[in-house]
Design a protein around this ligand. Structure first.
Ligand code: OGA
Ligand code: MN
Length: 304
């Protein structure tokens, strides 16, 4: 495939000096319009959904994507953290085959898989109308040596309202730190442990990952933290220092201007890049059913 997509995307980045807003002290990279990037590829129409985060791709049947289009999608998701493909209605077999085109299919150790499709995780939940709540922002399965690059969800059954998913752009989180803080984070590793699986005994030992990771496709640096249950220690720091730093970074990583909020429609196919984003489910859909099929792709060992 032509390399121009990546070049356009990264090299056309301009910087926007941040003068107001919450917690921004560095400059933020503003990438080229994804429509321009995607325009290099036949049949791909990508539209940026917020200032920095989330693209919607229309006019493409994913199951028929060419190899060039798969590479374009890999770059778009890497740059804008999450891509939404409406009206795809992708079933489990096509879903696994599609994700296999991006890399090795994997799943979260310790979760229960679809009874007939052992690479498909069924994300199903009904809320309690009396107790709306939200899942914490996280990056998927960061407690293994090679956390998933991509997670994808195919919307099987969606609520009439509520049950959205939020995404937070971690390039913006990193880029908007001060140079002093970036200096502190250089070479720092954080300890990731399992939480929230059905069978914790199926999960390997805790792992150390860099607090800042370089995305292998875009070359950009992103903050790599998750909620305190799973991110428990900063190497070489006292427990109190580590806890304060991780808490600060996690809060910093959730700026509204770096978020995209996805409202689900049946047939949606959504794919995000865990190397540069956090995401969270919102359980405000009462007792309406919400069923999403999930397939992930193995990533590399994170590097700074
Ligand atoms: C996941 C996840 C969010 C949602 O599948 O990893 O966090 O909205 N899903 O269901
Ligand atoms: Mn998740």
């Amino acid at each position: 495939m032509p390399d121009c997509a990546l070049t356009l995307c990264v090299d056309n980045g301009a910087t926007l000096a941040q003068t107001a807003g919450t917690g921004l002290s560095g400059d933020v990279t503003v990438s080229a319009d994804p429509a321009e990037v995607a325009g290099a590829f036949e049949g791909l129409q990508a539209t940026l959904q917020t200032g920095y985060t989330g693209v919607r791709v229309d006019g493409l049947r994913l199951v028929d994507a060419t190899d060039d289009q798969i590479e374009a999608i890999r770059r778009l998701v890497g740059e804008y953290c999450v891509a939404v493909f409406p009206g795809q209605y992708i079933g489990p077999e096509d879903h696994v085959a599609l994700i296999a085109r991006f890399g090795k299919v994997t799943h979260t150790p310790g979760v229960n898989m679809h009874p007939d499709h052992d690479e498909v995780h069924v994300v199903a939940n009904r809320g309690d109308p009396a107790k709306p709540n939200s899942g914490g922002f996280h990056t998927d399965t960061c407690f293994v040596a090679k956390p998933p690059s991509f997670t994808s969800l195919s919307a099987i059954e969606v609520p009439d309202h509520g049950g959205d998913t939020l995404f937070a752009n971690q390039y913006i989180a990193y880029e908007s730190l001060s140079e002093v803080m970036k200096g502190w984070l250089r070479g720092l590793r954080l300890k990731h442990v399992v939480s929230g699986t059905d069978r914790p005994e199926a999960v390997p030992d805790p792992v150390w990952h860099p607090a800042v990771r370089t995305h292998p496709v875009t070359g950009r640096k992103a903050l790599y933290v998750t909620y305190a249950d799973r991110c428990i220690e900063a190497e070489g720091m006292t427990p109190a220092e580590g806890e304060s730093l991780i808490t600060y970074l996690y809060e910093h990583s959730l700026a509204q201007h770096a978020m995209y909020r996805h409202r689900w429609s049946e047939g949606d196919f959504v794919m995000w890049d865990n190397r540069c984003s956090l995401h969270a489910a919102v359980y405000d859909h009462g007792d309406q059913p919400r069923t999403l099929y999930r397939v992930m792709c193995e990533g590399e060992v994170p590097f700074e």
